[in-house]
Design a protein around this ligand. Structure first.
Ligand code: NAD
Length: 333
């Protein structure tokens, strides 16, 4: 519990831009920053296949600004980035499978647009601080566990390559132009406001939707694959605690959770709060080809610098998540 007492920068009155702020993590961050008194503008393209959902900011619209724009439009972006103190770069095409079907869209959103954000800031707001949501997917199949930041980068899909290229741009712009950029490499994140409505977003969202709908879910492989799951409030804390930290600029840091669980344990925990039923089936070839096996992170680099450690265990996180969605199914799928 000590972590949340740690000093953070004063967010009150700060002008904050959240790119992808109608999505899962961005909207949770937006609400928290509004609570802290920040002047928050949320930017989102609301493309139907992605995670943007008006319900995510239901009840909060009058204390935030909402701008429906696409980060691929650099002309608009060059105005949006002016005169803000902090940018959280959370917009993304997040489906790994989809990145293999439509690699150029992934390239545009997850790579070119990130370079465009940096160029707009370099020209019009070089002092802004930027926090980028990177991913554990860049490591590919772990060669050792837990995975630390020195682990080789061997992405297994187009999404991982583009996310890593973006991360490198943020690092480079810090080194060469002195820009104030930090990347966090997120692991599987779950919680309220998560994108649940289709099967493109990975097993956590799919399992949650099927469990809440009373439908049988399918666990691929033997269900023993290990993951470290972060509840979204912990991830929001990590972004807030990384903000205003000059010593982190130019770096990329793992998030993670000390506890690791197999996929079957995840389902069995879900069964404590839902009427879930499941079957174990062989991996479909499309999924097998980009599966990374077991993954859990060593996040001590970030933790040592910021004192961040996750506070929410899987059981209480899933209980909160189920309670959130139970009464809002019609808004999410
Ligand atoms: N959720 C996870 O488990 C996880 C894990 C690793 C990394 N990440 C990263 O964190 C970030 C946020 O993920 P999330 O789970 O909240 O996803 P999400 O899909 O819920 O949110 C992403 C938001 O970006 C918006 N967006 C997409 N393309 C856009 C564009 N061209 N212009 C403007 N907005 C656009 C979407 O509409 C959506 O609201 C992503 O960059 C993702 O790669 C997430």
């Amino acid at each position: 519990m000590a972590r949340r007492d740690q000093p953070m920068i004063e967010f009150s009155g700060k002008k904050v831009l959240i790119l992808g702020g109608m999505g899962f993590i961005g909207s949770n961050l937006a609400i928290r920053l509004a609570d802290l008194g920040a002047d928050v503008t949320v930017v989102d393209s609301m493309l139907a296949q992605y995670g943007g959902n008006l319900a995510n900011l239901d009840g909060h619209q009058d204390r935030l600004h909402i701008n429906f724009s696409d980060i691929r439009d650099s002309h608009t972006l060059s105005y949006l980035v002016r005169d803000v103190d902090i940018i959280y770069s959370m917009a993304g095409q997040t489906s790994h499978v989809e990145s293999m079907h439509d690699p150029f869209t992934d390239l545009e959103i997850n790579c070119s647009s990130q370079l465009s954000i940096l160029e707009c800031c370099r020209k019009f707001n070089p002092q802004v601080e930027i926090l980028y949501a990177s991913t554990r997917q860049i490591y590919g199949r772990p060669q050792y566990l837990p995975v630390d930041e020195s682990h080789p980068i061997v992405p297994v899909d187009v999404n991982g390559i583009n996310k890593y290229a973006a991360e490198m741009y943020y690092t480079l712009y810090h080194k060469v132009h002195g820009m104030r950029c930090t990347s966090l490499r997120l692991t599987n994140t779950y919680g309220p406001r998560q994108h649940l409505r289709d099967n493109k977003q990975g097993f956590v969202g799919i399992f949650l939707r099927l469990a809440l709908s009373g439908e049988q879910l399918r666990v691929f492989g033997d269900g023993q694959q290990l993951r470290d799951f972060n509840y979204v409030d912990d991830v929001v804390d990590a972004f807030l605690m990384a903000t205003g930290r000059e010593d982190l600029h130019g770096g990329a840091f793992n998030l993670g959770h000390g506890d690791k669980h197999s996929l079957l344990e995840f389902v069995q925990t879900l069964a404590e709060f839902t009427d879930v039923s499941y079957e174990i089936v062989p991996f479909p070839p499309e999924h097998k080809a980009i599966d990374i096996g077991d993954y859990y992170a060593d996040f001590s680099l970030f933790s040592d610098k910021t004192t961040w450690v996750p506070q929410v265990d899987l059981k209480s996180g899933l209980e909160r998540t189920v309670n959130y969605f139970k009464t809002r199914q019609n808004l999410y799928w």
